[in-house]
Structures are given as C-alpha cells and as structure tokens.
Ligand binder design. Sequence first.
Ligand code: ADP
Ligand code: MG
Length: 303
Amino acid sequence: MLVIKNASFSYTSNLVLKDISFNISTGANLAIIGESGSGKSTLLKLIYGEYDLDQGEIFWKDTQILGPKHNLVVGYDFMKYVSQEFDLMPYISVEENIGKHLSRFYPEEKAQRTTELLKVVELETFSKTKVKNLSGGQKQRVAIARALAKQPEILLLDEPFSHIDNFKKQSLRRSVFKHLKEQNITCVVASHDKNDVLGFADQMIVLHDKRIIAKDTPQNLYKHPKLPLVASFFEEFSIIDDQIYYAHQLKIVERSDLKAIVKQCYFNGNSWLIEAKYNSDFIFIEHKDSLEIASEIYLKIER
Ligand code: ADP
Ligand code: MG
C-alpha cells in the first residue's frame, strides 16, 4: 500500500499542497484530478521523492519515501515516473530507449520484453526509428514503455496521453491500463481528462486550493458530484435551486414550470448541447435536435 500522511509542501514561501492524506492499495489505479496549477504534478513528484516534504510522510509498504535531503540519488527502483516532459535519448532507436535499463547479459529476455512493451504502446512498426524522428505523441508512448521495462511496483503517470491524437487515444489507454492491472502495478495518474479516469481508475481525488476536496470512486463522484468543480470535470452541468444537474438530466417537455429561452446550440455528435437562459442563469440541456435561437422551451428534471 502507498500511504500519504498529512503531506504539506511549498516551493517557496506559499504552500502548494496542504495536509494531503490518502492511501492506495497495491495494484490499484488512483487518478489525481484538478485544474491546471492545482498541484497534480507536484504531488506526483513528492511521491517520487523529488522534493522534501515540509510536513508529513509518504510510505510504500515499509519504505519511507525520502527527498533529496536524505537521498543522494532521487527515486527508488520499485517506482517509475513518466513526467510531462518525457526525457528520452533522441539519437537512439525506440527499442534501444525502451531496453536502455534492461540487462544486456540476457539479450533474449531483453528482446522479448521490448517486443511485449512495443505492443502495449502500439509502436511495433517504429521499433528501429530514432526517437528524434517521432511525433510528440509517439515519444510519449516510448516514455511509458521505458518506464514499464523493469516492471516497477508503482507507476506515476503525469497526463500520460496528453500528446496522443484522438484516433489512438482510447485504444492506447485500454492497452496500457490493462497491462498495469495484469501485472498488478500500482498506478497514480494525474489528469484533467475524464477519459483517462472514468473507465480505469479505482479511486479518484480532486485537488483544489491546496487540498483534497473530494475522494471516492469515479462512479460515486459522477453520480453525486456535490461540488460544481467536481461536476465540471465530467460534463456540462447547470445549477437549478442549488442542485447540480448534468445536461442529459434536463429534458425538454411540452409544458412545465421550468421555462427557458434558447440562446445557442452546439453539435455534439450523438446529440446537441443547448445553451439556454433560465431566470438570470445560463443552463445546458442535451437534446437530440438543434433548436431555434430565442425560442421558448419547457424543462423537466430527471434525477
Ligand atoms: P498542475 O500539475 O496541477 O498543473 P503543478 O503541480 O505543476 O500543478 O503546480 C502547482 C503550483 O506550484 C502552481 O502554482 C505552480 O506555479 C507552482 N510550481 C510548480 N513547479 C514549481 C517550481 N519548480 N517552482 C516554484 N513553483 C512551482
Ligand atoms: Mg501538471
């Protein structure tokens, strides 16, 4: 189990994270979400031991994670970290990068492992390509494969699919997270993309204003968001009588007490997102068709 206990941290005089506590069971996938600047990357770096905590402690099983004040070399063998700036070796090939830290005394094993990981990140056809000739998204995939090469117990991923195009993203997510589950690798993923989280995380924590403001399974946080910030991570929503409703919970009906005026319609693939004015507030409704601007609509709430 990974245990973070009352951790506080500041780069300069202002605290970035205050009194952060949570546990992750071995083999679980935990997502850290929050707006840009909320401290997601900092929290990953603290778990990695890149900085010294101002207060609190972090343990992996019986080992305390210590920062540079206590550790000459940052990091631990059982943990790998893929940062937002994946630093690869540009002048050697994809397969050489992935196998960089694997023992050359077991060439067969090394080759087999590299092939397996090329498959996980769907880069089989690029094995001989020099990293400098890859796109940002391809480099990101090499960085993930390299982090997995020596079978870490914990993998820390900072916005791991941010550079990968939409054509590839979903299948790559499934492939990487499936591999982690199969190998029982504990995983902490920082993200602001719900698609990195919904189908994969066992638990998620939401960072805001230095603290954890919500922690639960993705299912529970989606169903009962409690705070607008949590709801906004998932979908468009409206606040009516102090309650949060997702756009698909508002249905257009013939007549009701809830009258709104259509302001804007946005095509959203399977449906349209209707922006409407209700009293003095803007609200969002999911609807199968677009609607005439300035028309009156009546709404029913589906809880
Ligand atoms: P996130 O990953 O959620 O976008 P970060 O952890 O990168 O957030 O940053 C959290 C806060 O810490 C921000 O206010 C950021 O400006 C600040 N910060 C990040 N890195 C440093 C640094 N090396 N020195 C000083 N301040 C930093
Ligand atoms: Mg970040």
